[in-house]
Design a protein around this ligand. Sequence first.
Ligand code: GLY
Length: 375
Amino acid sequence: MNVLIIGGGVIALSVARELKKRGIKRVTILEKGALGREASFAAAGMLAPNAESNGTGRFYEFCAASNRLFPALADELLEETGVNIELDLTGTLFVGATDEDEAEIDERYSVQKNAGINVARLTGREVRELEKNVSGDIRKGLLYPDDGQVENRKLVAALRSSAELNNIIIRENKCVERLIIEDGVITGAVSREEVFYADRVIVATGAWAELIPTDGKWAAFSLRPVRGQMIGFEAGDFSFSHVIYSPRGYIVPRADRHVIAGATMEDAGFKAEVTPEGIDLVKKAACEIAPVLRTAIMNESWAGLRPFVSDGLPVIGEFPGYKNAFIATGHFRNGILLSPITGKVLADLVLTGKTEIDITAFRLERFSAATAGQN
Ligand code: GLY
């Protein structure tokens, strides 16, 4: 079988890897720019089903299931490629400094504890016993021992190396202009210079929605970029061991002790650029968590575009109405976290036409008039 994957972020790379592992002979990735240089590169690498969602339903279960795949994935990638993706399972803290924050923490705790989620409630003092550089203004917090992080740029490097070692064909700077559709079957894709035919076609183009043939059928479906601005601080005379969130931002300590902080949530079209206002907001939120960062050297800033679907959930599954075509996008704030499970689901669908993982809530069909409101 010959599979074409359009898009070159961690979702596309994870799907490609899983397909190759399961014996697909020819897998080709078409990326419009450089592999993994959009949202996958801009991300913070947090594996935070608990801290980054306060839900407990199907989406939460999907995130938590993907989170559980990382220890094996990290081992496999290290063995296969020699790249350490720096999986860190120390846990995540969610902290609050205001009355509203305290109310949010109490609400999260009660919902999550009731749902059987592994979460502990901490006083401000207990937070500072875990993280001595957290502000004295922090009044309470939650500890999520099952959340963690990976170094997302190393994840991209490892997946790329795995692709190269496994003869996945990578075509960068290959901008696909349209899909080839013959009698309701998607048979390939056309770039400016080349035509690619395939037995199966997967669209995993992040925030770029042009190739998704909705035919006006799913009026409620829309996909747009939500910009996140981020900053990095040089390693200094401080250290942190957990990813630390507040309702206004987060800090992520890396293995080499430099710290990154994020992130804005902005509608700025396809402008993956930083602004002075955005950087100020992110820095303020980081310093509110850890005032020691006020004097740290900020040595990096960047922005990325999260793919956001109108109901906040990813779109994963077959293209309804077309044969041999699949979609995997809309991972929004959880692209890194959801990459391994998305790879497995797509490989299941391509190879067997079904998957045991429950993706009912993520199928594009949820936007059809007949099923709207059922999920
Ligand atoms: N997952 C982090 C962010 O979207 O900012």
